[in-house]
Design a protein around this ligand. Sequence first.
Ligand code: R2B
Ligand code: URA
Length: 301
Amino acid sequence: EEETPEYDHAVRYRDGSVRLRNPNIELMDQDILYHLALGSESHDLVEMFGDVKFVCMGGTPKRMEQFAHFIMKEIGHKLPAGTTLLDISQYSYRYSMYKVGPVLSISHGMGIPSVGILLHEVIKLMYHAKVRDPIFFRIGTCGGIGLEGGTVVISEEAVDPVLGKMVRRPAKLDRQLARDIKALAHRDDPYDTIIGKTMCTYDFYEGQGRMDGAFCEFTENDKMEYLNKLHKAGVVNIEMESLSFAALTHHAGIKSAVVCVTLIDRFKGDQVLAPKEVLDEWQIRPQQLIARYITRYLQRK
Ligand code: R2B
Ligand code: URA
């Protein structure tokens, strides 16, 4: 078997398939992936998911359903005659999951706990299905700091706000993957695609220095000082999942990237004011970039 350069016996088997750092799992008679509505005994996970290579996650079920249709077109995948795309996890009533050939498209909800629960189960799914060297992407939205709305940001790392100070946790994203994705931005795209630091928060309102929540205990000055401090520290965008996304995929030895489009420049306001059609158009941008990556990858094979 060929070894990948990042081969690590703690997190990979020799053939590159995902290994769990939890000895309890293989001792269990069955493993129920509760929030995915799947189980290791009730389903043939190798048969269903063994060919997966890319796991793409984003906040909403609708966007991830759209991405599934989009990537199907992009990679020229055909569903078996008489079938339609179905939400594999529909009976979990929590997350939605679509499979298009080697691509999984899954909604993760909002915030670190939600994406964290999902990642535990998806990483276990990779293990049960014996998936080799999967690559995980988060394709999402964010607030920009000094960036025009519609800018695409590829995270170079995720940082954590702790009492206004930024604390670095081992939340590593794959820098080479970030550069490879960046290289796929088209020169004539009518928006910027940049690499930068992403701050991950536990709240959308006060947690991101917004003054338009149900409460606000700080002044406009405090807010501007806060945003300036972030800007100076090199933070270009704020969202709510990158930290656990980076930490958990890294801990599992899985390559990952976070690509988000900015919906607003936080130096200019708090409310997301762009019309729905504009927001929809913006949200396709990270999807297009990742679709280019996946398409290239599959053509290389
Ligand atoms: C971006 O958008 C959501 C909040 O509106 C949150 O999930 C995030 O990270
Ligand atoms: N998502 C966030 O977390 N923050 C924003 O400002 C916009 C989208």
